[in-house]
Design a protein around this ligand. Structure first.
Ligand SMILES: NC(=O)c1ccc[n+]([C@@H]2O[C@H](COP(=O)([O-])OP(=O)(O)OC[C@H]3O[C@@H](n4cnc5c(N)ncnc54)[C@H](OP(=O)(O)O)[C@@H]3O)[C@@H](O)[C@H]2O)c1
Length: 328
């Protein structure tokens, strides 16, 4: 559901790339379109979404926003379908796991049928924090994010492209509609609506979901989310205080052991380097000159449409199959 959007299109691609045992794939969107989705060399018709039409599938991926998940997912769960949902609707519900397979595969149990996919920024952050938690404990995390335009879906990407075009041609730039300010040649320190205490929706999700995924409900997490004129892949500057003393070499070894992490002991890595790939890249790891050796800084980059959304969603299905909780 949402197969014509930024995440939905990527889910279809990842299902094909990873050769999931799909017998029938049915793309849904808000309206029907002939031959609009390609899967295994065929052009598939996109169907208009309705509760009846979605019924009868073993697994339904949602990539269409809060309203659609809220309206359609409960009936599908009652019918016994597995629901893997990229919206925020069910993420913080008690008893609902928030799975990043490299981090907390053990939290997935046989009775689970509803799998929210966590916020894209939070998934990348958790992948980078989990090895530190495991070897030194985590006391506090501070993060500044640099989030790509496609994090706001197709409309966000289109708005950035239109702005870039206008700037390049020296024409009048269109007004900002998706973002709070024009994004071309700019950075915008607000992702989502601000609440009464000045925290944005994105910042709240990253804080709460990170605590849930790492199973550290009291972890201090401070986030500033910033939109940058990058098409795809989110970056994060992360500052941590560990519970126990550790050195950079030991932390580097922990990153090197962690599945899904691409550790760069030297040099830098940028969004354009990682676009289209599944790894969570960590670079610029260093101690922050503290005698106790408990303060560290690092840089993390990942394609938020893939590991931050579609790939993680498909990995959840792979995990269900591998554990035998869903039969191919
Ligand atoms: N973009 C990201 O980086 C990212 C990362 C993680 C999670 N997410 C989440 O993933 C979901 C999809 O985001 P996106 O960025 O892919 O959005 P998008 O590019 O705007 O695509 C939205 C898709 O959902 C369909 N849709 C919207 N409302 C619908 C409805 N009521 N009924 C049926 N179909 C509907 C659209 O169909 P039409 O084409 O017919 O309009 C389109 O296929 C959102 O919940 C978002 O928060 C996004």
């Amino acid at each position: 559901m949402g197969a014509t959007g930024a995440v939905g299109e990527t889910i279809v691609r990842v299902l094909e790339e990873r050769a999931l045992p799909v017998r029938e794939l049915a793309p849904f969107a808000s309206s029907a379109r002939a031959g609009a989705v390609r899967f295994r060399g065929a052009a598939l018709d996109v169907r208009a979404t309705s509760a009846e039409a979605l019924g009868g599938f073993d697994v339904v991926f949602f990539a269409g926003g809060e309203d659609a998940s809220e309206s359609y997912a409960p009936a599908l769960l009652e019918r016994g379908s597995v629901v893997i949902d990229n919206s925020a609707t069910f993420r913080m519900r008690d008893g609902v796991p928030l799975i990043v397979p490299e981090v907390n595969a053990g939290a997935l149990r046989a009775e689970h049928r509803l799998f929210p996919v966590a916020n894209c920024t939070a998934i990348l952050l958790c992948a980078a924090l989990a090895p530190i938690r495991d070897v030194a404990g985590l006391q506090a995390v501070r993060v500044a994010t640099y989030q790509a335009a496609s994090g706001a879906g197709r409309a966000g990407l289109d708005e950035l492209r239109a702005g870039e075009r206008a700037v390049a041609l020296d024409q009048a730039e269109p007004e900002a509609a998706v973002f709070p300010r024009r994004l071309a040649r700019n950075v915008v320190p607000q992702v989502g609506a601000l609440d009464a205490s000045g925290v944005s929706g994105e910042e709240r999700k990253v804080r709460e979901e990170t605590r849930k995924m790492l199973d550290l409900p009291d972890l201090f997490v401070s986030v500033i989310s910033v939109r940058v004129p990058v098409r795809t892949a989110h970056s994060e500057a992360i500052f941590v205080r560990t519970e126990r003393s550790i050195n950079v070499a030991e932390l580097a070894a922990a990153f090197q052991r962690m599945p899904g992490i691409v550790f760069h002991p030297d040099g830098i890595v940028t969004p354009r380097d990682v676009e289209g790939s599944d790894g969570v890249h960590v670079a610029r790891l260093r101690a922050e000159g503290d005698a106790e050796r408990r303060e560290f800084a690092l840089w993390c980059v990942g394609d938020q449409l893939r590991k931050g959304a579609a790939t993680n969603a498909v990995q959840i299905l792979e995990l269900l199959l591998a554990k035998g909780y869903l039969r191919a």
